[in-house]
Design a protein around this ligand. Structure first.
Ligand SMILES: N[C@@H](CCC(=O)N[C@@H](CS)C(=O)NCC(=O)O)C(=O)O
Length: 309
């Protein structure tokens, strides 16, 4: 079976979500470290411009966004499921966590005391480079102040603690779901803030729950270089089967642009080869990666016909 390759870096919360899902599924995977700031030439050779972290690759198929990565892992290893039938709202809670909770956890953790802990030991230039990279990246987000984020995060943690009060091990009951991983990476990030993680202290059930989710581990990673990942794409025999479903407003083969609607909105241009209510797939060719199919979730992404010149 073609190897799963995760492009990520250790400090990324969304990468931690993907690593924990790989652990939950007990999967073996190849680990390619990408730079945490632009430029990321070997990653964008594969994606066509999408620069967010993480990205999953299987041969010449490249999957952007952890919402879609979860679906790919589910197909690869159906059990244990990330989508238990008993928790139909889990994907929606995950969407809320990946947006609202994440954008509460980030400004809360990045207050001065947390920032000092997150960047401890790094030279000031590295911190400046990070800030300069993230300012345009997150320009579309109306950032909460520390005061906003503190009050909101405390309320959110209290709600999760109350949800766990009946003794359930996971947010929707006996079984973990996609929602656990989406909430966990945000609380994991708050813990990276050292002293500011004290906000989680009063919520013993949340702390115990996070330990249970982290206990799934990261599966079986094995290091790979970005050059090897590019070779895996260019040497792949073909692509996953996809189709453009009729009635969704687009035709197969059309030139399109796909971009996130929230932040990091660099568009990816290509030929439409797949479209369903859940997924958009474009085909593009790169000198080093060869012909790649880049997959995006439909939700949270804008799909537009390319303007003819
Ligand atoms: N909705 C995306 C969000 C990904 C995201 O925001 N990742 C952050 C890192 S945790 C990022 O891309 N930061 C900028 C970068 O790594 O270049 C997902 O689920 O994968």
């Amino acid at each position: 079976m073609t190897e799963l390759i995760l492009h990520h870096y250790p400090a990324s919360p969304f990468a931690e979500k993907a690593r924990l899902m790989l652990g939950f599924k007990g999967l073996a995977w190849r680990s390619v470290f990408i730079p945490p700031v632009m430029p990321k030439p070997d990653l964008t050779a594969l994606t066509g411009g999408y620069r967010r972290t993480p990205v999953l690759q299987r041969g010449a198929d490249v999957f952007c966004d952890t919402a879609l990565i979860a679906r790919v892992l589910e197909t690869q290893a159906p059990t244990p499921t990330l989508f238990p039938a008993s928790a139909p709202l889990a994907p929606l809670l995950a969407q809320w966590a990946d947006s609202t909770l994440f954008w509460t956890a980030v400004p809360y953790t990045m207050q001065p005391a947390g920032l000092a802990h997150v960047f401890a030991g790094l030279p000031p230039e590295a911190v400046q480079a990070f800030a300069a990279d993230r300012a345009p990246f997150s320009a579309g987000i109306r950032r909460q102040t520390v005061a906003d984020a503190t009050v909101n995060l405390r309320q959110q943690l209290a709600a999760f603690d109350a949800q766990l009060a009946d003794g359930r091990p996971f947010l929707f009951g006996a079984d973990a779901s996609i929602a656990d991983f989406a909430v966990a990476h945000c609380v994991w990030y708050v813990h990276r803030g050292g002293p500011v993680a004290a906000i989680v202290e009063p919520f013993a059930l949340v702390r115990a729950w996070l330990q249970r989710v982290e206990a799934f581990g990261h599966g079986r990673p094995r290091k790979m270089s970005s050059a090897e990942a590019l070779a895996a794409a260019s040497g792949a025999g073909g692509h996953a089967a996809t189709a453009v479903e009729p009635g969704l407003g687009f035709e197969p083969g059309q030139r399109v642009n796909v971009a996130p609607t929230d932040y990091g909105i660099d568009p990816v241009a290509g030929e439409l080869v797949g479209l369903t209510a859940d997924e958009v797939v474009v085909r593009r060719t790169d000198e080093r990666a060869g012909t790649v199919h880049v997959h995006f979730p439909r939700a949270g992404f804008q799909l537009k016909k390319e303007k003819s010149s």
